[in-house]
Design a protein around this ligand. Structure first.
Ligand SMILES: [Zn+2]
Length: 113
């Protein structure tokens, strides 16, 4: 379950950011996770809740945003959202599609007090 490792990284980033800003408590941690990262939201939430106990993020809410897979066709220029990992352009069928978004794995912001 790689979500535990990701949750730990998210928590570390949030706690370090809060400490660098002399914040006492973290009230919200917002993350943006690309669909390509294949992260299970429920598992990530569960791991984060378990890890935050006893830290300054103990009462922090967890705001999860999934970033859809978007690609751009290098042959015809079409931009589209994709469901799967094997991307072919729906317009021309080309397999030369570059990923625009969907591989994010980041803490977008935190709220502290
Ligand atoms: Zn195309």
């Amino acid at each position: 379950m790689h979500e535990a490792g990701i949750a730990q990284s998210i928590l570390d980033i949030a706690v370090n950011t809060a400490k660098n800003n002399s914040a006492g408590r973290i009230t919200l941690v917002a993350v943006r996770i690309g669909k390509m990262s294949a992260v299970d939201e429920a598992s990530l939430r569960f791991a984060f809740d378990a890890l935050k106990a006893g830290t300054i993020a103990e009462n922090a809410a967890f705001d999860y945003t999934e970033v859809p897979l978007r690609g751009k066709c290098l042959d015809c220029g079409a931009e589209k959202e994709f469901e799967g990992y094997f991307m072919n352009c729906p317009g021309c069928g080309s397999s030369k599609v570059s990923l625009i978004s969907g591989s994010e794995l980041e803490v977008s912001h935190i709220e502290v007090e």
